[in-house]
Design a protein around this ligand. Structure first.
Ligand code: GLP
Length: 261
C-alpha cells in the first residue's frame, strides 16, 4: 500500500484527478468508481478543470456508483445518484448513459444488489475505484464487521454513520435512512486500482487503523491491505496518527517519476 501525505485537500484532489486523467488517457473507456461525501469534492473540481481546459476527454469514460441509500426516491437531492449527478457527472459533462448504480428504490432490494454486482462484473470491473473512509473505518457503506469477502448487498448503518451524515439532511438524524445498498468489500477489492482520500483530523484514527492496524473486519478499511494496488492519499491532519509517516514521506519523495500513483 502506498501512502501519500499531501499538504491539504486541494493537493489531494489534484493528485487523484491527475491519476484519473492519466488512466483515461491510456484507456478512454475506463470505468471509474465514484463516491459521495465531502472528501471527494476537490477531486471532481480538479478533474472538471482539466475537462474544461481540454487536457482530458471523458466522453468515452464510464462511471459506477459505490453505494446508495435504500428507500430515498431516486430524485431526492440526497440520494447518492442525485449527489453524484450534481457533484461529479454534470461538472464533467457526463450523461447518465455513461453511469451505472444500484437501485435503492427497488422493492426487492437483494435482487437489486445482485443485479448491480453483476452489472459491474459485466462492465469489466472498475479500473480505478475512488474511496473515502468513515470515522468508524467503513469503506462504501461496509460498516464494522462486514465480511471481507462481501459482494453488493443491503447493510444497516451504525448510529455513528447516521450522526455523521445527518449534516446532509439539515442536521435531522431521523431523516437519514437506516438501510443502504453498498458494493461489498470483495466487490471493491475486484477493482484494479483503489485510491482512498481522507482529509481532516476526524479521520486520523480510522486511517491509522486501516493502514497500520491488523487486517480485521472490525475496520473495513483495513481490507485494502489485501489489494496489490492501493494508494491512500491523506492530508497532514488525517496522517497525524500514522507511526510510519516518516517512511511514507521518504518513499514518495524518492519514487521514480515514471511510476505515477
Ligand atoms: C459516507 C459514504 C462513504 C464515504 C464516507 C465518508 O457515509 N458512504 O462512501 O467515504 O461516508 O464521507 P465524508 O467524505 O463526507 O467524510
Amino acid at each position: 500500500m502506498e501512502v501519500v501525505i499531501v499538504p491539504d485537500a486541494k493537493a489531494g484532489g489534484e493528485l487523484i484527478a491527475g491519476a484519473v486523467a492519466d488512466l483515461i488517457g491510456r484507456k478512454p473507456e475506463a470505468l471509474i468508481g465514484v463516491i459521495t461525501g465531502s472528501t471527494p469534492l476537490p477531486i471532481y473540481q480538479a478533474l472538471a478543470e482539466r475537462v474544461r481546459a481540454g487536457s482530458v476527454d471523458v466522453s468515452k469514460a464510464r462511471f459506477a456508483q459505490l453505494d446508495e441509500y435504500v428507500g430515498l426516491p431516486a430524485d431526492h437531492p440526497e440520494s447518492y445518484r442525485s449527489v453524484l449527478r450534481r457533484e461529479c457527472l454534470e461538472p464533467l459533462g457526463v450523461g447518465l448513459d455513461a453511469f451505472i448504480g444500484p437501485d435503492g428504490t427497488a422493492t426487492d432490494v437483494q435482487a437489486a444488489a445482485d443485479s448491480y454486482d453483476r452489472a459491474l462484473v459485466e462492465a469489466g470491473g472498475a479500473d480505478l475505484q475512488l474511496l473515502g473512509i468513515g470515522t468508524d473505518g467503513h469503506i462504501g457503506f461496509n460498516e464494522p464487521c462486514s465480511s471481507l469477502a462481501s459482494r453488493t448487498r443491503i447493510k444497516t448503518l451504525t448510529e455513528q454513520t447516521r450522526v455523521d451524515n445527518a449534516r446532509f439532511f439539515g442536521g435531522d438524524i431521523d431523516a437519514v435512512p437506516h438501510h443502504v445498498l453498498t458494493q461489498g468489500i470483495g466487490t471493491i477489492l475486484s477493482a484494479r486500482h483503489l485510491v482512498l482520500l481522507a482529509t481532516g483530523e476526524q479521520k486520523a484514527d480510522a486511517v491509522a487503523a486501516a493502514v497500520e492496524g491488523p487486517v480485521a473486519a472490525v475496520c473495513p478499511g483495513s481490507a485494502l491491505q489485501l489489494h496489490p494496488h492501493v494508494t491512500v492519499v491523506v492530508d497532514e491532519a488525517a496522517a497525524s496518527k500514522l507511526k510510519l509517516a516518516g517512511y511514507f514521506r521518504h518513499a514518495y519523495d524518492n519514487k521514480p517519476e515514471w511510476q505515477g500513483i
